[in-house]
Structures are given as structure tokens and as C-alpha cells.
Design a protein around this ligand. Structure first.
Ligand code: ADP
Ligand code: MG
Length: 464
């Protein structure tokens, strides 16, 4: 049979041999994806084996495979069918060895690349001068973390790595930054989040610049990496991280790490990395108690007074109130304080608790999780009817109205969908919920009694 010419030039589907011309296919990839994507990613794919209905392609690393599969695979399959219609599947074989050989072959004659990687990393390597030890307030939840952070600064490499973990907004980045500030005078300090590390890693792969990447990260004498949980599930990043880690430890560099959980709880992270991370000292930061929160507020007020050069008058009562309301997060606590201070400065008066409640209503209510259950209980209590009656099929007004109000509030205050809400109300249809929402919305516009009831119910639900 004759060879058939497809719509693209120089592409032949040989009906007799039914084999793929890989070189031709690569130029087709280049044409379709453009030079940059092609040379960064697709050029590295090799043809390992061809079957009638599928191909085995070789890629340097898992990371390459994941990247290609998630971004380009659909298009590749589509193109490949132009070459050989019977192909309907692609499998990848990962060839790590190939990667090593390739990297060793890279020649760096273009010195500008060195400064480029350096500059772009330096941009993210800046330490924040305000996040120092002096501004870090000690409390029972963080004193061990604080004391070992300081010890690492006095006596390099005794605790290596120092691993600090804890929830969001508890001061991990602050402590890591403080260590960096302390040590930077006499050391080559690298301070980077795991996410930025990944960014530079990918960029270097794309630019064939891995040698510089490795050199750059491995030459630091203090390596501080923030939010290391980011490496979870990212195989080739872990690979690179592992090697960086090993060579730093080998040359005696101090490593400091933060994460949102302990090393052993890092799921989807290789065991050997977890064990490396656990090889030094592991410390957690706990949620702050009331006293620490109050002390942080007082210190911040002091700092702001110096900054604004004016007196900031906040009563002890208000300090107690915001410390109590902010449940766990110091970042949120500071945000709340800033808001109150701003309000007080604009209105030039000392605020009382009522003012603060008003100013912070939306902040604190956002944190409240309102459930359909809670709405049903609160509404039935409010109207002095039983929950069973409210959910029943009876249609008398004293039961139907509260039922509709509860559905309305469920729609407004939870993220549940209409059908879900219907189901929670004794398996009613979503159209019943729509009807309830419409009815109550209309009533709330003209009926004073309804308006008042809704306001009271909302405050019961959001403020308790
Ligand atoms: P994390 O990295 O744990 O999410 P951060 O270090 O970013 O938390 O801290 C959040 C905010 O709270 C920052 O503004 C930080 O300066 C402040 N902060 C946290 N702990 C303290 C503390 N003990 N003393 C003073 N400020 C703190
Ligand atoms: Mg942080």
C-alpha cells in the first residue's frame, strides 16, 4: 500500500510498517508547542519502545514526567494520532541515570547565568530586620523554641538540623528570620521557603542550569528553609532537597527548618528525608496562652507609639477582649490590633469594648463555623418549638415560619447547597428551600418583626 501524506508536511503514516518516525514527531512537537517549551521539556523525551497501540517514552525524572503529563500530554496524544492512528496510550519510563549523565555534560561557558541565578535568589533571600529576637515575645508556648533558636546562634552545629514546627501564624518564620539576622554577619546565610526553593529548582531545570543551582545552595554555611512541608508529594524536589541537605551537613553547615507538622507526620515524603530531618533537635511551638497574647499586644503598642510618635490609648479591658477573642493565631491577633489602633487614631478617641465589638464583628464572626444543626437548634429554641416539630411536615404558621427562617439562615450562613439544605430539613426538595429563602427575604424587607428576629438570630449564631 502507498504511504499516505497527512495534512502536515513531511509527516508520513506508513500503513505498511506502522512505525513512528520519532525525529519527525519531535519536530512536530517543536512546531506546536514552541521553542521554549520544546527545549525545556519535550526535547528530553526519548522513544523507548513502540507497540501497535501504545508507546513507552523515556523521561529523565519523575518530576519531568509529572510536569509533562499534567501540562502537555493531551496535546501530545492528539498530535501523535496524526502520525499513527492506532496509538491511544503513552507510558513513561523514568530514567534517573540519564539525568545524572546529562547534568555532568552541561558546560557553563556563559557566565552571565551565574549572576542571574544569584540575583534572582538574593531577591528572595532578604531577611526582614523587624523579625528579630528582640521583638519576639517569650511565652510558655514558644520559650523552648526561642531558647534553642538562640543557642543555635551561639554555638553552631550542635543541634543540626534544628527543626521547629507548629500551626499557622505562631512565629516560625519570625524565629527563622531572627536566626538568619543573628548569624549573617559571620556566615553565608541562605534563607528561603521550600516553595521558592522549588521555583528556582524548576527554573534551573528549564534553563539547564542545575550545576549553578546546586553550587549556589550548597555553598551556604547556614541554610534556613521555611515551610518544608511544601515538598510533600514532589518526588524530584525531594531528591534534590535530600542531596542539598546531605552535602550541607557533610561540610558542617548549620541547617534550620520550619514546618507545620513534625517530621514523622510529613506524609508523602521519603523515609530517608524524614529520618534526616529528625536527626537533630525537634521543637514545637504551641498556640499562645492569654498572657502571651496580651504581652504581644503591649509590645506592639509600644512599637507603634514610637513609630507614630503619639500616644496610643488602649484600655486593659480592650486588650483582654481581643486577646480572648483571637483563638490561636498571632498573625490574626496583630491584624485585629492594627485595625483597632487605626480606628482609634482616625476617630481620635479611646475605644470601649462596644466599639471594638462593632469594629471586629466581621473578623470574629468569620471564624465562627455555623452549622445547619446549630441553626436548627437555635431557631427552634428561639421560637420555643421542638426541633421535631420544626422539621415535621406540619404546615401551621407557628411551625412553618421558623422552618423557613432556619432554611433561609442555612442558605445565608453556611456554604451548603440548596439540595443539601433540603435534605437536612427532613428530606425536603431544594425548591422548598428556594421558596423559603424568597419568602423570608421578602418579609425581611417590609416586616419589622421579621427584621428584628433575623438580627437577633444572626447575633445568637455568630456571636456565641
Ligand atoms: P508562622 O511562620 O508560624 O506562620 P510568623 O512567624 O509569620 O508565623 O508569625 C506571624 C506574625 O506574628 C508575625 O508578624 C510575627 O512577627 C508575629 N509573632 C509571632 N510570634 C510572635 C512573638 N512571640 N512575639 C512577637 N511577634 C510574634
Ligand atoms: Mg511562616
Amino acid at each position: 500500500m502507498k504511504n499516505k501524506l497527512t495534512n502536515s508536511q513531511n509527516i508520513f503514516v506508513s500503513e505498511e510498517e506502522k512505525t513512528l518516525n520519532w525525529t519527525d514527531f519531535q519536530s512536530e512537537l517543536r512546531k506546536n508547542f514552541g521553542e521554549e517549551i520544546y527545549s525545556s521539556w519535550l526535547k528530553n523525551i526519548t522513544l523507548v519502545k513502540e507497540y501497535n497501540d501504545y508507546l513507552i517514552l523515556g523521561v529523565p525524572t519523575r518530576f519531568f514526567r509529572d510536569w509533562i503529563v499534567s501540562r502537555y500530554l493531551d496535546k501530545i496524544l492528539e498530535l501523535i494520532k496524526n502520525f499513527k492512528l492506532s496509538l491511544n496510550r503513552i507510558e513513561f519510563r523514568i530514567n534517573e541515570d540519564q539525568k545524572i549523565v546529562k547534568n555532568e555534560e552541561i558546560k557553563f561557558d556563559d557566565l552571565s547565568k551565574v549572576t542571574e541565578i544569584k540575583d534572582s535568589i538574593l531577591n528572595y533571600n532578604r531577611l526582614n530586620p523587624n523579625l528579630n529576637f528582640e521583638n519576639f515575645i517569650k511565652g510558655s508556648s514558644n520559650e523552648i523554641a526561642l531558647s534553642y533558636s538562640k543557642k543555635v546562634c551561639e554555638n553552631n552545629s550542635r543541634y543540626n538540623p534544628l527543626y521547629i514546627y507548629g500551626g499557622v501564624g505562631l512565629g516560625k518564620t519570625h524565629l527563622l528570620n531572627a536566626i538568619g539576622l543573628e548569624l549573617q554577619a559571620n556566615n553565608e546565610v541562605m534563607f528561603i521557603s521550600a516553595e521558592r526553593f522549588m521555583y528556582h529548582f524548576i527554573k534551573s531545570i528549564k534553563k539547564n542550569d542545575m550545576v549553578n543551582f546546586k553550587d549556589f545552595f550548597r555553598k551556604s554555611s547556614v541554610f534556613i528553609i521555611d515551610d518544608v512541608q511544601f515538598i510533600r508529594g514532589k518526588e524530584s524536589l525531594q531528591e534534590e532537597f535530600f542531596h542539598t541537605f546531605n552535602s550541607l551537613i557533610e561540610k558542617g553547615s548549620q541547617i534550620v527548618i520550619s514546618a507545620d507538622r513534625s517530621p514523622m507526620k510529613l506524609d508523602r515524603v521519603q523515609e530517608r528525608i524524614k529520618s534526616r530531618l529528625s536527626g537533630g533537635l525537634i521543637i514545637d511551638i504551641d498556640v499562645p496562652d492569654l498572657e502571651l497574647k496580651k504581652n504581644i499586644i503591649k509590645k506592639r503598642i509600644e512599637v507603634m507609639q514610637n513609630q507614630f510618635k503619639e500616644n496610643i490609648d488602649i484600655t486593659e479591658e480592650v486588650i483582654n477582649y481581643i486577646s480572648g477573642e483571637t483563638k490561636t493565631n498571632i498573625r490574626e491577633l496583630i491584624g485585629v490590633l492594627n485595625r483597632i489602633v487605626a480606628f482609634s487614631r482616625v476617630h481620635k478617641r479611646v475605644l470601649n469594648i462596644g466599639d471594638c465589638k462593632n469594629i471586629l464583628k466581621d473578623v470574629f464572626s468569620q471564624n465562627k463555623v455555623v452549622t445547619v444543626d446549630k441553626i436548627q437548634n437555635t431557631v427552634s429554641n428561639f421560637f420555643s418549638i421542638t426541633l421535631n416539630d420544626m422539621l415535621s411536615q406540619r404546615r401551621s404558621r407557628p411551625l412553618a415560619r421558623p422552618r423557613q427562617i432556619a432554611m433561609f439562615l442555612a442558605k445565608k450562613l453556611t456554604t451548603r447547597s440548596l439540595p443539601e439544605i433540603g435534605r437536612r430539613f427532613a428530606n425536603r426538595d431544594h425548591t422548598t428551600v428556594i421558596h423559603a429563602v424568597k419568602t423570608i427575604t421578602k418579609l425581611s424587607e417590609k416586616d419589622e418583626e421579621m427584621k428584628k428576629n433575623l438580627t437577633q438570630l444572626k447575633s445568637l449564631l455568630l456571636e456565641n
